[in-house]
Design a protein around this ligand. Sequence first.
Ligand SMILES: *Cc1c(COP(=O)(O)O)cnc(C)c1O
Length: 360
Amino acid sequence: MHAGQPAPEPGRPFLPGPTFAAPYHLAPDGPRPDTDAYGRTDNPTVRALEAAIGGLEGGEAVAFASGMAAITGALLAFLRPGDTVLVPADGYYKTRAFAEDVLGARGVTVRAVPTTGPYELSGVRLVLVETPANPGLDVVDLAALAGQVHAAGALLAVDNTTATPLGQTPLALGADLVVASGTKALTGHSDLILGYAAATDPATVAALRDWRAMTGGVPGPFEAWLAHRSMGTLDLRLARQEANAAAVAEYLAGRAGVTGLRWPGRPADPGYATARAQMRRIPGVVTFELDSAERATAFLAATTLVASATSFGGLHSSADRRAQFGDRVAPGLIRLSCGCEDAADLVADLAAGLDAALRH
Ligand SMILES: *Cc1c(COP(=O)(O)O)cnc(C)c1O
């Protein structure tokens, strides 16, 4: 709630509004150190957001225009032709597509590895993992993996989108780099696109800032301000989403016609022990399968509180059928993002959706 907020000053707002500037006024003899000069590199609203995110991640954050701008920037800044990179086989589909299509065409060897491993690390330069992975929700022990990756002389980057920095802090567990989408639970209002990368090593942070200044993927000040404002309720939202996911997972576990249930907060889930050990909060995302694409579509059509939408982590519950977006999953797999509605209302809506989908 207090991360990145300015020191209290009588007559000043808690969080100053966005500063809209392309150029700033310069002294006639040119830029002064510590004076903002140009919006692609200098913006006080973006700096305040970076202070907030960096404070929570336990490092220094560099904000990007989207999660993909942060992930592609981090990979391009640290990989050279001839390097080998490992990316999640069961993680965000655009990250894998970028690695295979764009990095592959530029002389980087790309191997897709399941989140749970095994990780074959000899000759590898960088390992990118997602935990919990989106959409499969598998979990990997970050401290153990960081030890193996560093012993092999490689870097560990963690996509922290699903967990958020209040769910887990990969830098404290040994990761060299965090990348994330701020579009999902971090900001949680389904009204902006944002990303960030974070690290503790000053040279790593400088490389990220140089990359962003050259390629230009900066967030706008209005998005940065909205994001910072929304972060004040992050812990409240995560707590409610986790409680709702627990109620939903319990209902789904007992429902005939539902298979493949995954939620790392359930003791029966394969990721439970690791998730409980390294995470402060378990995300509100639950996945399950119905036995066809048609049934999944019927479910999405029949729910009223659960919106049909392809994102997650928002205040409003939403769900989508992942196979249509290119995830390598069963045709009837649904990713359900539990929002902040009343738990009993949410379970009742889900039950009605499943009644409609499983009728025939
Ligand atoms: C959404 C998402 C991204 C991409 O973020 P954008 O803000 O949409 O560019 C990257 N990684 C994961 C795990 C995501 O869920």
